[in-house]
Design a protein around this ligand. Structure first.
Ligand code: ZN
Length: 285
């Protein structure tokens, strides 16, 4: 295919994908194979969706520490392992973990690992601490607008664009096309992340998990910066709060958190739930 032809198709895929809020990767892919209008949604997903779970901290970085001496890295890993078990039950999802065991993995490396396996969703798990021991509840974070703009600028300014966005090798694109592609892909990703964050807050409440007021917040967390993988960071509760700490160390509560997150993934992807939970699925029966 000529450079010019590819450029036109890309521009079409980018504009249609952006205005419709659809995943750009699928469009970019169909633009390669089909010469006409890109397909919208495949009827049957070829493989179960791949979810990247990112248990925060690890190794020499324990994260925050509760009154009982429990480390954040341990709590979030336990929840991640339970969540992996629930998500992969019945082969409904594929799951990848950014760290296996008590290892230190740099933040950018966690993002790279999720992108390398083409994860469909990225969920970072953390537990919070606050100087006021009365503060408790879960919070969901997505990337802030300013942090997102900074990332796009950094990626666009890279001397050697040795990177793939939406399945397209940026090195092969003229600068203006590459920059538009980065911007549009990132916009689509951030919209999907925000939509998932909203779903997550609802699911947590449905499952009776306490949440902070203004439960969906925006921040510049480095693990949320993948331009093409929708991502949230979930603070499961406060280790600095006695009630939250007791719950976070409780197996039944850890399972409940995993069920709520799992339900949120089901609602986001439209996957059939493994079992009816205390959410809308249970009320229907
Ligand atoms: Zn943390």
């Amino acid at each position: 295919m000529s450079e010019e032809g590819l450029r036109r198709r890309l521009a079409l895929g980018v504009l249609v994908g952006g205005s419709m809020g659809l995943a750009v990767p699928a469009l970019a892919q169909s633009a390669r194979t089909a010469p006409t209008v890109p397909r919208t949604k495949p009827v049957v997903p070829p493989r179960p969706k791949l979810i990247a779970l990112d248990p925060g901290h690890g190794g020499a970085d324990p994260g925050t520490t509760g009154a009982s001496g429990m480390h954040e890295k341990t709590v979030v890993y336990t929840v991640a392992a339970e969540l992996e078990r629930q998500l992969t039950a019945g082969r409904r999802y594929r799951v990848t973990l950014t760290r296996r065991g008590d290892l230190f993995v740099p933040l950018r490396e966690r993002v790279s690992r999720a992108r390398a396996v083409k994860a469909d969703l990225f969920i970072s798990l953390h537990a919070d601490a606050h100087p006021d021991p009365g503060v408790r509840g879960a919070t969901v974070y997505t990337l802030s607008e300013s942090a997102s703009d900074r990332e796009a600028a950094a990626l666009a300014a890279k001397e050697n664009k040795a990177d793939l966005v939406a399945g397209v090798d940026l090195r092969r694109q003229p600068d203006d096309v590459a920059n538009v592609l980065i911007e549009m892909t990132q916009r689509g990703t951030i919209n999907q992340s925000r939509s998932f964050a909203g779903i997550m807050v609802e699911a947590l409440r449905d499952y009776g998990v306490a949440t902070l007021p203004r439960s969906h917040r925006h921040a510049g967390f480095a693990v949320l910066t993948a331009p093409d993988v929708p991502a949230i960071l979930l603070e499961l509760g406060y280790l600095s709060n006695r009630a939250d700490e007791r719950l976070l160390l409780n197996k039944a509560h850890q399972q409940k958190l995993a069920r709520a997150i799992s339900a949120a993934a089901d609602r986001y992807f439209g996957t059939r739930p493994a079992q009816p939970g205390p959410g809308p699925a249970a009320k229907k029966a």
